[in-house]
Design a protein around this ligand. Structure first.
Ligand SMILES: Nc1nc2c(c(=O)[nH]1)N[C@H]1C(S)=C(S)[C@@H](COP(=O)(O)O)O[C@H]1N2
Ligand SMILES: [Mo]
Length: 252
């Protein structure tokens, strides 16, 4: 996949000139290079496959835009939908000292990290935009551990193709491919605007994936699972969002 060059993509274009439609060629290239998103079946399948494959071929390493301090939103919008439940509340009363981020699946050293441990790891801060698919957005400074660092700590196996991440809210779960999992801006986030990550914004720990829409930035995160078989999770569509009609890949 890494050897795929713009030249080869243009060679694909030659097929199109030979009479096949662009979509068919794109689908063939995507299959050949393993660029099929988990929710590629169904009505939106060809469109989402084309978007995803094109992004990964041409833009794999691009950075999300970072802003300056004076562009941070004065009133960020927390989107709290469902109650957080008793287990969450007990942990909150206990200042989250018992909160754990469990890391399992295809790893050499399964682990479980406390918030204090996560805070002791190398961190990165970045001021980025969080955009909800429903139209609102805000800019904030997020601080966290690059997910790539955690994958290194636990010894991610070479065959891993997706990182599945889960929340204390069972209806919310997500996954990303290795391009996003290893991307320097993908953070296991524990801080926001200079303080601990507030509960309405996903504290104590959330994922931030600034190259994708807000729903990929899962809040109240409890578990990371590294896998080479995304189909075995949930309904096999890569996250809870496609079950509600949104696409698994939400690149912006
Ligand atoms: N656990 C959990 N994660 C979640 C959500 C949620 O309701 N629960 N909402 C998602 C959606 S749709 C968006 S747009 C963002 C909202 O992030 P915010 O509350 O910081 O604005 O979180 C995402 N992660
Ligand atoms: Mo959203």
């Amino acid at each position: 996949m890494s050897q795929l060059s713009r030249r080869k993509l243009i060679a694909g274009g030659a097929f199109a000139a030979a009479g096949m439609s662009g979509l068919v060629v794109a689908a063939q290239l995507a299959t050949h290079y393993g660029l099929i998103p988990p929710d590629s079946g169904g009505w939106y399948g060809p469109g989402t496959t084309l978007t995803y494959a094109a992004q990964r071929i041409l833009n794999r390493h691009s950075l999300a835009r970072e802003f300056t301090r004076n562009q941070i939103s004065a009133q960020p919008f927390a989107n709290l939908v469902a109650p957080l439940g008793d287990a969450f509340q007990r942990s909150q009363q206990n200042s989250f000292v018992d909160w754990r981020l469990q890391v399992d699946g295809l790893v050499a050293r399964p682990a479980s990290f406390s918030v204090a441990e996560l805070k002791s790891f190398p961190s990165r801060s970045q001021i980025t935009h969080l955009a909800c698919e429903e139209g609102w957005s805000y800019v904030a400074e997020w601080k966290g551990v690059p997910l790539s660092h955690i994958l290194e700590l636990v010894g991610a196996m070479p065959q891993v193709t997706y990182v599945v991440y889960r929340s204390i809210q069972p209806d919310w779960w997500e996954s990303i491919d290795m391009a996003d999992a290893l991307h320097p801006q993908t953070l296991v986030t524990h801080g926001m605007n200079g303080a601990d990550l507030p509960v309405p914004f996903g504290g104590p720990v959330r994922m931030r994936v600034p190259r994708q829409l807000g729903y990929k930035s899962l809040k109240y995160m409890t578990r990371l699972t590294l896998t080479d078989n995304i189909k075995q999770f949930g309904k096999g569509l890569g996250s809870s969002e496609p079950e509600d009609g949104y696409s698994w890949y939400a690149g912006i």
